[in-house]
Design a binder for this molecule. Structure first.
Ligand code: SF4
Length: 552
């Protein structure tokens, strides 16, 4: 019996672990093929590819990012293969799925499918989690025994993945479920945490020593749910090649001191990325969504990790109860102040199956009827407030998370404590939305000068922005329209670099950019050398040097 397991991933690098678990748990009579696609693929073309295999059964994994496309895809598949049996599963259909039965599928498998999918293929009776036209299982969410999964072939090291190993994430789970109950989150519906044995996890990690994998992402909702075990696994990771990068989702305020010590004193910061969901710093908001969070400890731990050089990605959600514009601004500015590597601003999505759905009307929440079910209004945030959040999101991505203006922005708000980063990002985002696309890099920086000028004055804004711009424009971007030094002055500085500092003349004339910047609380001249193949280097001229060099 030919069975095709398939899905639409968001990106090629996102390898689907759920399908691989189905693959390794397959039944002997099934001839199984795993075919992954991405949301950008042409549905007709990929349906033809599947149809060529003449499958009897197709299993599709459905997520929030592919749900709408999957509905269309199912219709195409049924047109090309009228007799094919389609079984679907995945988080998007595990909580509310009745309307999917109208799409032409045979059944939905709610919950974990490693056993139930194959029972459905065999048309067994009374399958946990199954919903079809003739049967709705009383078990709302199927679970499998992780001990049994450990006896199967490893889904992480399949021969079919060998070739692309270096170009895709290795997704790895050491546990399933989450011990927390955040009302807006699907994982809270599965709050019985089950752990793969530590020995199994280490066995899955060990082959990394000789594989080409570059990125490992742990899928655990909370990597540090068992602190001592998490620390032991992290210690093992440190024995693996330093070229591999590891990503964890952690609950930062519960990271133990022992684990923090390890990350501060022993581990290599270049190898780890922490994803830290904060969502809000408003205690009343957190309480209303059943989220226990010690904000003070969270900020302390995050600051310590950041200071040590770890990449920390922080998440905020707008649209939660009791969070009005002022409160969200405070949450944003509070996180901005710890200088996160990335700050992601999202708007609440009301997901089927979460406790939030029932509470939403009482909080005046309105949301889109289709995926991704984004909130459009709450009792505390108007549509205009949420449109402003979109602007903040855009500016944060382009100016801060991209790294392009990070140093400038962080220093401005560290030195001008009365200013609001949120307000600036809202303005910058609105202007970014209005820029014709695609825009040049220099337009981004000029836009930042415009919004900073009313706050700190023109010359300070120009010098601060130029500090980031010259470092980013290593490949000799066009200068900003604010040059403060004449061609003659720059020529003098170049001449001095060669004569006084023994720089290579060719390199100085071909690869230096010279202009004002912001250093040690004031405007100074910066010289940036961007010689191809070498790290970009910056030299600041002291006031005396400036006078001496330019005069001489
Ligand atoms: S938001 Fe995070 S901590 Fe809360 S239930 Fe979801 S996965 Fe667990």
């Amino acid at each position: 019996m030919k069975v095709v397991l398939t899905t639409l991933n968001a990106k090629y690098i996102h390898k689907n672990l759920a399908l691989r678990w189905l693959y390794v748990s397959r039944i002997p009579e099934a001839d199984v093929e795993l075919m992954e696609f991405v949301i950008k693929d042409d549905l007709e073309r990929i349906s033809d590819q599947i149809a060529q295999r003449q499958p009897e059964v197709i299993g599709i994994s459905v997520y929030i990012w592919n749900a709408d496309l999957t509905r269309k895809w199912i219709a195409i598949l049924k047109r090309k293969l009228p007799h094919v049996r389609i079984l679907i599963g995945g988080p998007e259909v595990s909580y509310q799925c009745e309307d999917w039965l109208d799409t032409g599928i045979e059944a939905v498998l709610r919950g974990e499918g490693e056993k139930t999918f194959w029972q459905a293929v065999r048309r067994e009776a009374d399958i946990d989690g199954l919903v079809s036209r003739g049967y709705v299982s009383p078990v709302a969410y199927a679970r499998v025994d992780l001990n049994w999964l450990e006896t199967l072939e490893s889904p992480y090291w399949l021969a079919m993945d060998e070739e692309a190993m270096a170009h895709r994430y290795l997704y790895l789970e050491t546990s399933r479920g989450c011990p927390y109950h955040c009302a807006y989150c699907l994982s809270s519906a599965d709050n019985r945490v089950r752990m793969f044995s530590e020995a199994y996890v280490l066995r899955q990690l060990a082959p990394l020593a000789e594989r080409a994998v570059k990125q490992v992402k742990f899928l655990d909702r909370t990597y540090n749910v068992m602190p001592e075990r998490a620390l032991r696994i992290a210690r093992f990771i440190e024995t693996l090649p330093p070229s591999i990068n590891f990503q964890f989702e952690v609950v930062a305020d519960t990271i133990s001191e022992a684990m923090l010590d390890f990350f501060e004193q022993e581990a290599d910061p270049a190898r780890y990325r922490f994803e830290i969901g904060v969502q809000s710093l408003n205690s009343k908001t957190l309480e209303a969504v059943d989220r226990r969070q010690d904000n003070q400890r969270l900020l302390e731990v995050t600051s310590r990790l950041l200071k040590r050089g770890y990449v920390c990605h922080l998440d905020l959600i707008a649209g939660l109860p009791y969070e009005d514009r002022a409160s969200f601004e405070q949450s944003y500015n509070g996180l901005f102040a710890v200088h996160p590597s990335e700050l992601q601003v999202g708007i609440l999505k009301l997901l089927k199956g979460t406790a939030m759905i029932a509470r939403a009307p009482g909080w005046g929440m309105e949301f889109e009827a289709q995926t991704p079910y984004t909130v459009t209004k709450t009792a505390w945030l108007s549509e205009a407030d949420l449109a402003e959040v979109e602007c903040v999101h855009l500016a944060t991505e382009k100016l801060l998370n991209s790294g392009r203006c990070r140093a400038c922005l962080q220093s401005v708000f560290a030195e001008h404590l009365q200013l609001s980063a949120y307000a600036l990002m809202a303005q910058a985002g609105a202007r970014l939305q209005a820029l014709p696309h695609p825009y040049q890099l220099k337009e981004l920086y000029e836009l930042l000068i415009e919004v900073l000028t009313p706050l700190v004055g023109e010359s300070e804004a120009q010098a601060r922005v130029n500090t980031d711009y010259l470092m980013q424009s290593a490949h000799r971007q066009k200068p900003l329209a604010i040059r403060h030094l004449s061609a003659e002055e720059r020529k003098e500085i170049r001449r001095n670099l060669v004569q006084r500092m023994d720089f290579d003349e060719q390199q100085v004339y071909n690869y230096t950019q010279i202009d004002v910047g912001w250093q040690a609380g004031g405007i100074q001249i910066q010289i940036v050398l961007a010689v191809p193949g070498q790290p970009v280097r910056r030299i600041w001229l002291s006031e005396e040097e400036q006078q001496e060099w330019i005069k001489s």
